[in-house]
Design a protein around this ligand. Structure first.
Ligand code: ATP
Length: 236
């Protein structure tokens, strides 16, 4: 097993004529839940797109599970859930999953596994359009989990959800990580930071810090991640 799920070396990305990732070098360890946090526009989605091989890179390299980003072998190794739940409202939960399983070439039996994993067993035959926001997010997550990826990349999966649903989803992320999957979750909500095993804090396209929540609070002498982030910003 690789020591690192993701390594970036001097990664720069230009979007709309602006350098939105500014020479990022970082090593994200394998296993556990890594939170990618930073204010809106700090470059979280852009970094995730680089990891997925979906983003044109101006300079530098990104390696994912020991391979160059975008390598075809990573297609089944990396699961991705976009910011917007990408499910078809006029299909049931199970039909959505069967459709994406067919696209990915994963066995149909996998559909039952992922539906159970996100605890939607009782909703398999319900139309996705008739699910709550949190349930729809879980369908998206189930799609990302098809084919047992080794790295799960989730872009702001809890945005707009109530605290109870967010709690459920974070429990789920840790359950998935306990099965040996590296989970990379982006969020701009600092109070979610404490739920992560490790944090990668971005600010204006650069890495502000990369450590455990406890170490970051310790280093900044603060009691909350919100305060730690502000201290890091001010001292940076
Ligand atoms: N299609 C695009 N064309 C040009 N610039 C873009 C495009 N998409 C994003 N950007 C810019 O790139 C920068 C980083 O955006 P990105 O979406 O990666 O940030 P983010 O941290 O994910 O933000 P959010 O939390 O709001 O989703 C921002 O300044 C944004 O304006």
């Amino acid at each position: 097993m690789q020591a690192y799920a993701v390594t970036a070396d001097g990664l720069s990305v230009v979007r709309g004529g602006v350098e939105v990732l500014r020479g990022i070098s970082v090593e994200i360890a394998t296993g556990g839940v890594t939170g990618l946090l930073g204010p809106s526009g700090s470059g979280k989605t852009t970094l995730l797109r680089c990891i997925l091989g979906l983003q044109r890179i101006a300079r530098g390299t990104v390696c994912v599970l020991g391979r160059p980003n975008g390598d075809p072998a990573l297609r089944t190794e990396v699961g991705y859930a976009t910011q917007e739940a990408s499910v078809y409202d006029d299909l049931t939960v199970a039909q959505n999953l069967r459709y994406f399983a067919a696209l990915l070439g994963t066995p149909a039996a996998d559909v039952v596994r992922v539906i159970e994993a996100v605890q939607l067993g009782g909703y398999a035959d319900r139309l996705a359009g008739r699910l709550s926001g949190g349930q729809r997010s879980r369908v998206s997550l189930a799609v990302a989990m098809l084919g047992t990826p080794r790295l799960l990349v989730l872009d702001e999966p809890t945005v707009g959800l109530d605290p109870l649903l967010r709690e459920d989803l974070w429990t789920l992320f840790h359950r998935v990580a306990a099965d040996g999957v590296s989970v990379l979750v982006s969020s701009h909500v600092m109070d979610e930071a404490d739920r992560c095993d490790r944090l990668l804090l971005l600010r204006e396209g650069a890495v502000l810090a990369h450590d455990t929540p406890a170490a970051l609070k310790d280093r900044t002498g603060t009691g909350s991640m919100e305060a730690a982030f502000l201290t890091l910003v001010r001292s940076g």
